[in-house]
Design a protein around this ligand. Sequence first.
Ligand code: PEP
Length: 252
Amino acid sequence: MRKRIVAGNWKMNKTFREAEDLITEIADKLENIDLRGTEVVLCPPFLYLEMATDIAKESRFKTGAQNIYDNDSGAFTGEISAVMLKGLEVDYCIIGHSERRKYFHEDHAFLARKMEAAIRNHIRPVFCCGEVLAERDAGIHFNVVREQLEESVFFLSPEEFRQVVIAYEPIWAIGTGVNATPAQAQEMHAFIRGLISGKYGTEVASETSILYGGSCNAGNAKELFDNPDVDGGLIGGASLNSGEFLQIIQST
Ligand code: PEP
């Protein structure tokens, strides 16, 4: 059975004190709910990961980074490696978020190297893929997502790929308040699972968690997660409020 996952991508938000308060609030609330096997992942900024992993040891959530560099160590001023994250016992890492592709010009080849770095250090990558609105309007959204996966992920061996989580995040839905419809999400998720099946076989495909991301909130999470190929969500803005985030978790 594949895992249902709800991951919160905090992006560049919260002071240390605010982050500690929010993580503590979420941890407290998680004590009192039936998670029914859903994995909860918090991805705060790098600076807060040590504090987050300390709290996670006594709680029911895992931690994730929002990015990594592709080398394990060396003269790369300002960068953070997967080795460093592993040392903090961080479990997951978001790779290929559209904001990193857009603002930091991360291309397919660089993302492939980051995927390799995560896998060799046993950090589970959450690989983000998705199209801009013009690509959807032009009817090439399936090709765009196929290329993203083929260029940055499908070089992995089946054993390596088993560590990967995919997040379909239509870029036109991220932070816009306009989510994909449940039908649009299901259609793309089924397409992605089909690609994985073609590359790695049906067993691997059926075990791969494919998350939806893009303006997912407490009001729309259930109808999105109710689809057979939607295995949870990567949540941006709505993960910054403990009450709303908990409602999203309970929608899986
Ligand atoms: C994201 O950035 O991964 C995301 C899904 O953001 P939001 O939920 O705010 O659209």
